[in-house]
Design a binder for this molecule. Sequence first.
Ligand SMILES: C[S@@+](CC[C@H](N)C(=O)[O-])C[C@H]1O[C@@H](n2cnc3c(N)ncnc32)[C@H](O)[C@@H]1O
Length: 169
Amino acid sequence: MIGGLFKQLLPALGRYIWYHTTRVFHRKEAEEPTSLATPSSIQCLSNEVGLDPAYERLVQWPTYRKNIPAEDVLSDALYQLWTTTRHGHKWTHYFEVYQAVFGPRRAEPMRILEIGVLEGSSLRLWKQYFSHPETVVVGIDIQPRCIKFDAPADGIRVRIGSQADGTFL
Ligand SMILES: C[S@@+](CC[C@H](N)C(=O)[O-])C[C@H]1O[C@@H](n2cnc3c(N)ncnc32)[C@H](O)[C@@H]1O
């Protein structure tokens, strides 16, 4: 009986050692994006929908959720505001991009369209962050209940409809 057990155990042990040894030698760290060149498909899309080229940037997200943002993001005004904003849904790695794209334009009068309102947290965040009094933040959502976040006096507008509906957009 003990002989039979060994017969089963030995190959399993062999596979275990083989698996872990080869893992050590073949281990690959997550690759950093090598090029941030904008692919032609994105350029075509920008031309088609008239996006401001100043905002054009290829972003490759890490595939995992980074709970602690990069050091310079921790002290960033937008991230700081977000940590005091109730509800809402944002992955921490968004903030590096927000900082790079929105930071330099923070004081300009902006017309912002956010697709996806949910609890309106993000709309309030943008309105606080973009400090120019003429800035208008517009949110769209397919959920009719989101209309309650429409607040014209605060420079926040909400419309109900889908991003997939070109006429609505
Ligand atoms: C992750 S939540 C948005 C969170 C919000 N931006 C924030 O940070 O607080 C996604 C929202 O997108 C809305 N949504 C889903 N499909 C949509 C579509 N086709 N058009 C517009 N909004 C959509 C959902 O109803 C949901 O409220």
